[in-house]
Design a protein around this ligand. Structure first.
Ligand SMILES: *[C@@H]1O[C@H](CO)[C@@H](O)[C@H](O)[C@H]1NC(C)=O
Length: 400
């Protein structure tokens, strides 16, 4: 075939330290074609295990996670994606480069059992190549990205599409997780998948089968949501899970593309030679005197006037104040006099008392019997602290 491309992966393990922990792998890939690199857990498992254990026949199957980034950068290049479904699954680096260059990718594998880490360097050299002029994108509903990326599955899908396109010269251009294109996370049930977009390209023009998927009649059928009839003789899917969704098929004819508008011309970023820099004039100076008068001087004058007025009322009109003071003094004197008189009167009355003081004021007086107890000699130790209680009711209660 004339259009058959011979692009080769140069996989060379260049340097490997004694335990193979720092392997460097070199890959050369062309622009505009899908690149897939599988991070095999077995390879890293070998790095983690001492050789003696390998030969003793005890090989662990450890859970592993991978961290990938461009060397000296926190993230991967824009075109490259990483996916790993589960620590017991292999990881994948995949993507389609769009411009030539070189990317150095650091891959760290972390063993989730022992927490050891291994490092690998992947050097990706991207060579320039023409984009395939005719491209088509298909949606495979019953797939997940990790299940499609292994090369055997890619080949199965490609074979079906080669029949559909009626050409051998077909390359996979891009594979995308539908979740990255606004797809929904499926229910965690059997028979529900995320879905995958597969884009293929060829030098050869689209087949009749492909063109029939873009007829207005077909599009109308798709819009109604009814069961879409696959154009006669075009159903080439050999494995049910690889079947494409006809209504999501899109064709891209890159030869018909209008060239993108020229980018805006950029200046050099340096000011044109125009003599000396002339700073803009400072704004005209403002006169702040009226503002000063209104906000400071006028309130100050008013305050002074009020002060003077108050001072006049307080001290200038002394006459009224004195009169009032005199009256107040008179009232106070009168009060003083009456208090004095009352006290004298009470003293006289107290002095005139000739009757003995009421019994209830004497100590140890029994209010009911009128008995008087001898005064207590509280110093004597013979007297008990608590005296025997005399029952006050014993002789007054009527006897039966
Ligand atoms: C591949 O697909 C991804 C996701 O849709 C997109 O961002 C990227 O531009 C595509 N690459 C090419 C070369 O079409």
């Amino acid at each position: 075939m004339a259009g058959c491309r011979s692009w080769v992966f140069f996989l060379t393990v260049c340097a490997a330290s004694l335990f193979g922990a720092n392997a460097e792998i070199k890959v050369t890939i062309p622009v505009g074609k899908l690149f897939t690199y599988e991070l095999l857990r077995e390879t890293f498992q070998n790095d983690f295990e001492p050789l003696s254990k390998l030969y003793a026949g005890r090989l662990y199957d450890d859970p592993m996670i991978f961290k990938c980034n461009r060397q000296n950068f926190p993230d991967l290049p824009e075109w490259l994606r990483f996916t790993q479904r589960h620590p017991y699954d292999n990881g994948f680096l995949y993507g389609t480069p769009v411009s030539p260059g070189k990317s150095i990718i650091e891959i760290y594998a972390i063993n989730k059992r022992t927490y050891e880490a291994a490092r690998q360097i992947l050097v990706i050299k991207i060579t320039a190549e023409e984009m395939l002029p005719y491209q088509a994108e298909f949606f495979i509903e019953l797939r997940e990205i990790e299940k499609v990326l292994p090369s055997s599955v890619q080949d199965e899908i490609k074979q079906d599409l080669q029949k559909l396109w009626d050409t051998e010269a077909l390359e996979i251009v891009n594979i995308t997780n539908a979740l990255d294109r606004g797809g929904r996370v499926p229910l965690p049930l059997a028979g529900h998948f995320e879905g995958v977009y597969v884009k293929v390209g060829s030098e050869q023009y689209f087949s009749d089968c492909l063109l029939s998927a873009t007829t207005p009649e077909h599009e109308r059928q798709c819009k109604t949501g009814a069961k879409v009839k696959v154009p006669g003789g075009c159903n080439f899917c050999s494995i049910p899970s690889n079947c494409i969704t006809w209504c999501k098929t899109e064709l891209f004819d890159l030869t018909q593309l209008t060239p993108p508008p020229p980018p805006p011309t950029m200046g050099s970023g340096i000011l044109a030679e125009g003599g000396e820099f002339d700073p803009p004039e400072s704004p005209p100076s403002r006169d702040f005197l009226p503002d000063y008068i209104v906000t400071v001087i006028v309130p100050l004058i008013i305050a002074i006037i009020l002060c003077i007025l108050l001072a006049y009322i307080m001290f200038g009109r002394r006459e009224g104040v004195e009169k009032r003071n005199a009256r107040t003094n008179q009232i106070q004197l009168y009060h003083h006099h009456t208090i004095h008189g009352n006290t004298d009167e009470l003293r006289n009355m107290a002095g005139n008392r000739s009757t003995p003081p009421p019994l209830s004021t004497l100590p140890m007086f029994n209010s009911r019997t009128g008995d008087r107890a001898p005064p207590l000699q509280s110093d004597s130790p013979s007297i008990p602290l608590i005296m025997a209680q005399h029952d006050p009711y014993s002789d007054t209660l009527p006897r039966k």
